[in-house]
Write a protein that binds this ligand. Structure first.
Ligand code: SF4
Ligand code: SF4
Ligand code: SF4
Length: 321
């Protein structure tokens, strides 16, 4: 900057805030002395409750403003839980603005590259390594992964090099190749479960009872020498189909339950069933759902809150196929 012949060089300081526990209280996760560096991105491993109380003051401190409740540059704040941890926030001076900007860009980049933005879990059955698996091959999984990355919901966060990234961090998708659901699709933002539901007992049934024996849901029973389906109890595991020696049980093709809005953490919620579709529609439904909800989401809102606010019933009507 040139002023009256003087060349003045300003170097804005990029500050980082060190958060450290000085009294762990009844905290279930951390001990005294546990430290996190707050530099504009939610640090990996920091719980939501702690981040909520730390982020406001740390952001203010990072940009150099003074907080009336700071004492000698130190802010003390406590987690919202009863007798939660007591944290100390302190500025760590150091990097100039250029280095700091680069650091944020690197953090954003690594966030997406290392999968911090998007977690995609696939059960081993999808890879053909489980006897319960109803589907195989990696094509469907790869197509879903790409659709999620391209969607307005996740794709924007992956491309963004801003602090908005944290609102979308760890968007979780899980695929399970049978209703045993080993990847816990019920507690993910998007959960996909393969099902195979018996539709009819054919004339070849000789009433041997094998199906009744293997069904853990009591959803099929032999009566008067022939098997009878109890669809309200059936979860679509397909075990009876495989076990019937007469191949007398007919079924619909493998389909996929799509669950949305599940989460763990402070306010756990089960994913709500959006729809059941055949394999040719899964990718399209997931992409379309993410694009639409991204438009309806409020800044920083998580998928679980969007689903709760709009209502699973309304979403189901929109996506009933
Ligand atoms: S979800 Fe089903 S197919 Fe996948 S690993 Fe578990 S039992 Fe096997
Ligand atoms: S296992 Fe097959 S043949 Fe035996 S009772 Fe069941 S449907 Fe009938
Ligand atoms: S598909 Fe599974 S739950 Fe349904 S009737 Fe067959 S064994 Fe029972």
């Amino acid at each position: 900057m040139i002023l009256g012949g003087l060349v003045l060089e300003f170097k804005l300081k990029q500050r980082r805030v060190i958060a450290e526990i000085v009294d762990a209280g009844n905290c279930r996760y951390y001990e005294k002395g546990r430290r996190f560096v707050l530099s504009g991105f939610t640090p990996s491993g920091l719980c939501d409750g702690a981040y909520t109380v730390l982020s406001r003051d740390s952001q203010t401190m990072r940009y150099g403003a003074k907080l009336p409740w700071a004492r000698n540059g130190v802010v003390l704040t406590r987690c919202p839980d009863p007798e939660g941890a007591l944290w100390q926030l302190k500025i760590e001076e150091g990097l100039d603005s250029e280095q700091g900007g680069q650091q944020e860009k690197e953090a954003a980049k690594s966030c997406s590259e290392l999968g911090d933005v998007y977690e995609h879990k696939v059960c081993r059955g999808m890879k053909g390594g489980c006897p319960f698996s109803l589907v195989g091959g990696s094509a469907l999984s790869e197509d879903i992964k790409q659709a999620v990355k391209d969607s307005a919901w996740v794709g924007t966060a992956v491309k963004q090099e801003s602090t908005d990234l944290r609102h979308y961090c760890r968007f979780k998708v899980a695929l399970a190749a049978c209703p045993n659901a080993c990847t816990q699709p019920q507690i993910k933002d998007i959960g996909i479960i393969a099902i195979c539901v018996p539709s009819e007992i054919g004339a070849d049934c000789d009433g041997c009872g094998r199906c009744e024996e293997v069904c853990r849901e009591e959803a099929i029973a032999v009566r008067d020498g022939i098997a009878e389906l109890l669809p309200e109890k059936c979860v679509g595991c397909g075990v009876c189909l495989r076990e019937c020696p007469q191949e007398a049980i007919e079924s619909d093709p493998v389909r996929f339950r799509i669950l949305v809005g599940g989460t763990m953490g402070r306010h756990p919620r089960w994913g709500q069933e959006l729809c059941v579709v055949d394999s040719s529609r899964v990718v399209q439904v997931v992409k379309s759902f993410l694009d639409k909800t991204a438009q309806q989401a409020r800044p920083g809102e998580r998928m679980t809150s969007v689903v709760e606010r709009i209502g699973a019933g309304t979403l189901r009507e929109e996506f009933s196929l």
